[in-house]
Structure formats: structure tokens, C-alpha cells
Design a protein around this ligand. Structure first.
Ligand code: SF4
Length: 387
């Protein structure tokens, strides 16, 4: 399979040319109107949104949108909305604090054993809820220059505690297979890096880009390679997307999922459950369900945490354990990711006594029984404030 036109370097990069059986990506409000994805009278208002935040919808995603449905869950993710110009209290340009943890350009070192390497800031689609929306786009998203990439690799090389490198962006799968192979090879030469994890939306939004060449470029003889696939609605897992995921898995690359809980897209147990089952059917292990970050102009797409907990709790009772993601929130400012799902274990006063909540809401007492009774008498549930 021939890949689409690709990105090789930071200099002289044109628009990402996407190969599709239909047309080109739609990147302007005028293009959206021409494609029937917005009413013409919205054009003026949406020009102002597009002037601030990048717009792109691939043919694969445009084909999934039902223009007659004003609440279409695919459109909601990619078609700009005038509400994006309203910044709600608490929203910020860098909601998860990347900048605070960035010692060299393109690299984020937030946790001891892993770093993010943001190799490119462009994407085949621009999601309206993106937490890096102020940093991605055709204008500001050029790939790291050679010098920047060398400095980032030197940073990793000098830190033996870095066990995993997460390649992200933007979407790193917009890079050419040649550039991806170079990155794989450079990281393979760092012995303490044991895992390469690529974060991408490409297998779903532009599945033809997952070519044999791209798959070969990802493979490393020195490290385990994982791919985290981002999708938010079961309709996104089209036959073509399933084929792209199969090409990766069949090449020995394990897949995990990432999704964002989005109002009007997947904020009900039926839709979210169908998405998780579709992932597992594609051999993608559900990994993270992200609570919406406080990115500017995204409040209309966020749920409350309480709503998220209710939805996730209902999945627990209905779906196979394989289909359960961890519901997480990135603490604003950069303190990291924490699980925020409903807690099913409630300690009682007496050491070793607990109340366990079943998935149907029923409460059951549980008394621990261990060989060392002295140890049990001393045991205390973890103090939420302890490190
Ligand atoms: S693909 Fe990822 S990085 Fe790109 S706009 Fe969507 S959420 Fe943001």
C-alpha cells in the first residue's frame, strides 16, 4: 500500500496531503459549507473560530457525518463551533502543564520513568476538544528540527531512569515512514529505553496511511513497541480503520486505546460500551478514558466528573473486564494523571473490615483474613494524603 504524502523535515512543509478514495481533507469553513457540513449562514461566525484554532476533517471522517443530524457525534468532534470562542473559568492554553515540565523543546518529562517526545504538531484532523489546541496546527506544528530532535535525544540518553519514550504531537503518524524509522533507530541505540509508545489517531481518521512501510518503520529489534489509538465513538471504527489496526497487531505491535469523555459524543453507557467492545474486537485493549481537559473554548464538550463516574460505573456491571478503561483526569498545571472512577471499596472503623460495593450498587461487608493476625490489627486503609 502506498502511503499518502508525508512530512520529512521542519523546513518547507506544505499542507498534509492525504490519500483517500474520496476527496481531500476539509480545512476551511468555506470547504465545510461546500461539503454541506455547516449551513452557509454559519460561515461568518466559524471563520472567526478557524482563525484561532486549526480545522481539518479527513475524507474518512467526513464520510461518517450525517449532515441532516444536528447532533451528529462525529461532526461534534471535528466541525468547529462558535462556542469555542468562549473561554470558561479555569480553562487555560496549557491545561496539563506541558510547558512547566519541558526541559528542552519538544520533550516533556513529568514522571520519573518516561518522557513525551512531541515530534510534530500537525494532525490529519483537528479535534475541537484537543488539550493541545493552542500548540497544534499547520502554522505552529512543524516537526522538530534536526537540532531540536538531537537535543531531545541527548536528554534521554543522559537519563538512565527513562524507561519509556512516548512519541506524540500532534500526531506522529503524519511523519514519513523514513522519518519514523530514523526516530525508531535513534531510540533503539539508547539501551535503557525499553519501550516506545506511539500515540495516534491516524489508524481511525486516515487508515490508508497505515501502510506496510509505516508498520515496518515502527518495528524495533531493541524495544517493545506499543501504539495507543485514539477514538471516541464506535462509528469511527470503520472496516478501513479495523484493517489499519489489524495491520499493526498482525505485525506484532500491541494496541491500547485512548478516548475522551465528550458531551454529546459518548457520554452514555450504551455508546461508550459499544466503543469499548469495538476496541476489544479490534484487539485494542481499552486503556484510558480521559475526562475532558480544561482547554480553552471546550466547556460545551465536557461532562461533569459525577456524570463520568456514573457512566463508568454502569460499564463495570455490563461489560467484560477486557472492555474496562481507566477513567482519568490530568491535574491542571502539570501534577499528572490520576484515576477518578467510582471507588468500590469503603473502609470501616475496625482494621480489616470493609464495605464493598458490587456493580449493581449492592453493599457487602468483607472481613480480611490473613495468616498474620498481628499484621491485620495494625493495618489501616491507605490515607488519601499519603505519597
Ligand atoms: S489528533 Fe490528538 S493532538 Fe491532534 S487535534 Fe486531535 S486530540 Fe489534538
Amino acid at each position: 500500500m502506498t502511503p499518502a504524502a508525508t512530512l520529512d523535515s521542519g523546513a518547507g512543509i506544505g499542507p498534509i496531503a492525504l490519500m483517500s478514495k474520496t476527496d481531500k481533507p476539509v480545512t476551511t469553513p468555506a470547504g465545510l459549507a461546500a461539503a454541506g457540513l455547516i449551513p452557509p449562514d454559519e460561515l461568518g461566525r466559524l471563520e472567526a473560530v478557524a482563525a484561532r484554532y486549526a480545522v481539518s476533517i479527513t475524507p474518512a471522517m467526513a464520510e461518517l457525518i450525517d449532515p441532516a443530524d444536528p447532533a451528529d457525534p462525529i461532526a461534534r468532534q471535528f466541525v468547529p463551533d462558535a462556542r469555542e470562542l468562549v473561554t470558561a473559568p479555569g480553562e487555560s492554553a496549557d491545561p496539563i502543564g506541558d510547558t512547566r515540565h519541558s526541559p528542552v523543546p519538544g520533550l516533556v518529562h513529568r514522571y520519573p520513568d518516561r518522557v513525551l517526545l512531541k515530534v510534530v504538531g500537525m494532525c490529519p484532523v483537528y479535534c475541537r476538544f484537543c488539550f493541545r489546541r493552542e500548540m497544534v496546527g499547520p502554522e505552529q506544528g512543524a516537526p522538530l528540527s534536526e537540532a531540536e530532535q538531537s537535543a531531545a535525544l541527548a536528554y534521554v540518553r543522559e537519563r538512565p531512569e527513562v524507561w519509556e519514550v512516548i512519541l506524540t504531537g500532534g500526531d506522529p503518524f503524519v511523519l514519513s515512514p523514513r522519518r519514523i524509522a530514523e526516530i525508531t533507530s535513534a531510540l533503539s541505540a539508547i539501551p535503557h529505553v525499553q519501550v516506545l509508545r506511539w500515540h495516534t489517531r491516524v489508524p481511525v481518521v486516515d487508515p490508508q496511511r497505515v501502510s506496510d512501510e509505516l508498520v515496518a518503520a515502527l518495528r524495533s529489534t531493541a524495544q517493545a513497541v506499543w501504539v495507543a489509538v485514539h477514538a471516541n465513538h464506535p462509528r469511527e471504527l470503520t472496516p478501513a480503520a479495523r484493517g489499519a489496526c489489524a495491520r499493526l497487531v498482525d505485525a506484532g505491535i500491541p494496541l491500547v486505546s485512548q478516548s475522551v469523555l465528550l458531551r454529546g459524543v459518548n457520554d452514555d453507557p450504551d455508546t461508550l460500551g459499544a466503543l469499548m467492545r469495538a476496541f476489544v474486537a479490534c484487539r485494542i485493549k481499552p486503556y484510558y478514558l480521559h475526562h475532558g481537559d480544561l482547554a480553552p473554548g471546550t466547556s460545551h464538550l465536557r461532562t461533569t466528573i459525577a456524570e463520568g463516574q456514573q457512566i463508568v460505573r454502569r460499564l463495570r456491571g455490563r461489560l467484560s473486564g477486557l472492555c474496562q478503561p481507566t477513567y482519568v483526569l490530568d491535574i491542571p498545571g502539570g501534577a499528572g494523571k490520576v484515576p477518578i472512577g467510582h471507588c468500590h471499596v469503603h473502609p470501616s472503623e475496625a482494621p480489616g473490615d470493609y464495605c464493598l460495593e458490587a456493580s449493581d450498587g449492592g453493599r457487602h461487608s468483607y472481613r480480611e483474613s490473613v495468616g498474620d493476625q498481628e499484621q491485620l490489627a495494625k493495618s489501616r486503609p491507605l490515607d488519601p494524603g499519603s505519597p
